[in-house]
Design a protein around this ligand. Structure first.
Ligand SMILES: Cc1cc2nc3c(=O)[nH]c(=O)nc-3n(C[C@H](O)[C@H](O)[C@H](O)COP(=O)(O)O)c2cc1C
Length: 370
């Protein structure tokens, strides 16, 4: 399973793993793949701690850092990092606040208490918020910087390249891929409709070859719906030079997923997800719950633009998680959740991906008449 991407990073297998969990990142890299830490949810101080831990536990193997700088968000270009959380908080309509309280009351969800930490709910969803994450990420020996939801701004690409760090970007359409390459991105992650988290409308089977042909010779990683070695082999057959995975790590022994959500993931089938704007205001695939359904009801106030939707719902999500409200609790995950039916260590998942890839490749080879 050796492709030029392996040489680009000095890795054994072109299997990339996105995770918010440092243990997964380290375990994937140590098993021959490339772990990439999602920085979005970390404050700069926390991110520093996570990356220090990775540096101490990854045996010198390469890893990456992922940030989210959307192409479009509320007040883009007109924000002061010190005051933007308050500015955004003031933009959340009362109608939304009242409706969210109504839904929580329907499910008897208690409020947070004074003992719970106050949080603005503004994560790194903006360039202003993500910039410190980029600086911290690249002050560590990360080999790859990844951006989601739009082309990384030129200053971010230059900042990475000056430090000899490659830049990758997630895309959901051929036009997006072409824009990213024009911006100097080194590696395209073509992520199909099946994927967990923010997704476009084109399925991987169509998207990957379209993007591979459009951006050649820039390498493409296939993403969305990859959880078995057969899907890795299919990705390579479509022209990808590797795979980018997210969902499958949520049910690994190292994944750190809360027990109640873990049970839901293990029980879910491939029809149990929905592309919903209830998380961030942009369509993202996640477990379908009574929470995602509520946002589609007649009385719903509608979705807010990024980052207001996440901020408006942040405390509600914390309450749902804290009080383990079964029918409301969920998380982003892709359609591959249907195959995530037991907890396995990262090393075993990696081994199975590689072994099954080899089997699939041999089966295909057997089809060729000589
Ligand atoms: C829980 C979860 C959170 C995610 N958050 C991010 C993120 O912060 N940044 C990002 O680039 N991608 C994020 N993604 C998308 C993944 O990077 C990846 O593209 C996707 O999971 C691939 O599809 P799969 O879920 O079918 O493997 C997230 C995915 C999941 C499942």
């Amino acid at each position: 399973m050796h492709t030029p991407v392996c040489d680009m990073f000095g890795i054994e297998y072109p299997i990339f793993a996105f995770s918010h969990c440092r243990d997964v990142v380290a375990a994937v890299s140590k098993a021959g793949g490339m772990g990439v830490l999602g920085a979005l949810a970390f404050t700069p101080e926390q991110l520093e701690i996570e990356l220090d831990w990775i540096d101490d536990n990854i045996d010198g193997k390469p890893y990456g850092v992922d940030v989210v700088i959307p192409a479009k968000y509320e007040s883009r270009g007109d924000l002061d990092p010190d005051t933007m959380a308050d500015k955004f908080a003031g933009m959340i309509p009362d109608e939304h606040k009242q409706w969210i309280e109504k839904v929580l009351a329907e499910h008897d969800v208690p409020p947070l208490t004074d003992a719970d930490e106050q949080r603005s709910g503004l994560l790194g969803w903006t360039q202003e918020g993500a910039w410190p994450q980029v600086e911290i990420g690249l002050s560590h020996p990360a080999k790859l910087l990844v951006n989601a939801l739009g082309p990384p701004p030129p200053e971010v690409v230059d900042y990475a390249h000056e430090r000899d760090v490659k830049v990758a970007a997630l895309i959901g359409s051929k036009a997006h891929a072409e824009r990213q390459v024009a911006q100097g991105v080194d590696l395209i992650v073509a992520q199909g409709y099946e994927a967990g988290g923010h997704t476009g409308e084109v399925a991987s089977m169509v998207l990957v070859p379209e993007v591979v042909d459009a951006v050649a010779p820039v390498p493409v990683l296939a993403a969305g719906g990859i959880g078995t070695g057969r899907q890795v082999a299919a990705s390579m057959a479509l022209g990808a030079e590797g795979v980018w995975t997210g969902s499958i790590w949520l049910t690994t022994a190292e994944g750190g997923t809360a027990p109640q959500v873990l049970d839901k993931l293990l029980a879910a089938n491939s029809r149990d997800t929905v592309r919903s704007r209830s998380w961030t205001g942009k369509p993202a695939r996640m477990l379908r719950t009574e929470w995602t359904d509520a946002w589609e009801r007649e009385d719903s106030p509608g979705y807010l633009p990024m980052p207001l939707q996440y901020m408006a719902t942040n405390d509600a999500q914390r309450r749902i998680t804290k009080y383990q409200v079964e029918e409301l609790v969920g998380m982003p995950v892709g359609q591959i959740v249907g195959r995530m039916d037991r907890v396995r260590p990262v090393r075993e998942v990696m081994y199975d991906l590689v072994e099954e890839f080899i089997e699939a490749e041999q089966r295909l080879e057997g089809l060729v008449e000589t």
